[in-house]
Write a protein of this length. Structure first.
Length: 276
């Protein structure tokens, strides 16, 4: 009996030892057979486009940016807003820019003439209007441009005519109505049309010449009158692709998008008119 029990115990121990020895080997085999992990795919690097645009386009383009980047996850739009003349000079001096949107055809033409923008890759995109604004709570009545000579009007804000298209249009209109020279002592110049708007909003100017689209963005001013369109050059906004762009395809895609109905509807929402 004792021999039988001893034999069973010995056999059981041997069996356990074999099982224990086999386990690491089996584990090793399993480990070797397991497939190696697939490396995670690297997301495509975003392409950043620099859009140099007239300050009066700020609100419309910010809305377009949200829509465009939402549908084109690989694109990041960086805006450089300012006076069209200043932006033109920056491009001439080699500042990075992929697409240029001007508030005057003369600035685009200058870059085309210098072969910095291809004539075939630019076109008039929008039309705007020049208006005279006064503070919403202003006490001085202005019904015609001649009223700017009134004693109650101490300051008239316009964009710097050499670099700010809105200022150039305003000077043109005031010259046509024989008021430019007589208003020199009252004129306050802004670096772009948005600064002119700020002068009127803050009460630092009793009146100012801005685009209709800028007037619509502010509740602190009201439109006193629309300037007679016969007294100034038509306000056209051309857009073009800068030849020096390092992202030709992406720049061309955005340039094309600006001409779609989706983008044009946004511009119209902010008071622009689409050329026919």
């Amino acid at each position: 009996m004792f021999l039988i029990i001893a034999s069973i115990v010995f056999t059981g121990c041997a069996s356990n030892k074999e099982t224990s020895t086999a386990t690491p080997a089996a584990t090793a085999q399993t480990t070797q057979a397991a497939p190696s992990a697939t490396p995670a795919s690297t997301p495509a690097e975003k392409v950043e486009l620099t859009i140099s645009a007239a300050a009066s386009l700020t609100d419309a383009l910010k809305e377009i940016q949200t829509s465009y980047e939402g549908k084109n996850k690989q694109i990041k739009l960086n805006f450089n807003f300012g006076a069209s003349g200043a932006l033109q000079q920056q491009i001439e001096q080699g500042a990075p820019a992929d697409v240029f949107l001007s508030a005057a055809t003369k600035n685009m033409k200058a870059l085309v003439d210098k072969q910095l923008i291809d004539a075939a890759q630019q076109k008039n995109l929008l039309i705007n209007e020049l208006v005279l604004v006064v503070p919403a709570d202003g006490k001085v009545a202005v019904q015609k441009v001649e009223d700017l000579t009134a004693e109650g009007i101490k300051h008239v804000a316009i964009g710097e005519p050499q670099t700010v298209p809105a200022g150039s249009y305003a000077k043109e209109a005031l010259t046509q109505t024989k008021l430019w020279d007589g208003l020199q002592a009252k004129i306050v110049q802004g670096k772009d049309v948005r600064q002119v708007l700020t002068y009127v909003e803050s009460g630092n100017a009793e009146a100012g010449f801005v685009y209709k689209t800028d007037a619509l963005t502010s509740q602190k001013v009201k439109v006193a009158l629309s300037v007679d369109s016969k007294t100034y050059t038509p306000i056209e906004y051309p857009a073009g692709i800068v030849k020096a762009t390092k992202h030709s395809k992406e720049a061309a895609d955005f340039y094309a998008y600006l001409q779609t109905k989706e983008a044009q509807d946004v511009f119209v929402k902010y008071g622009f008119t689409i050329p026919k």
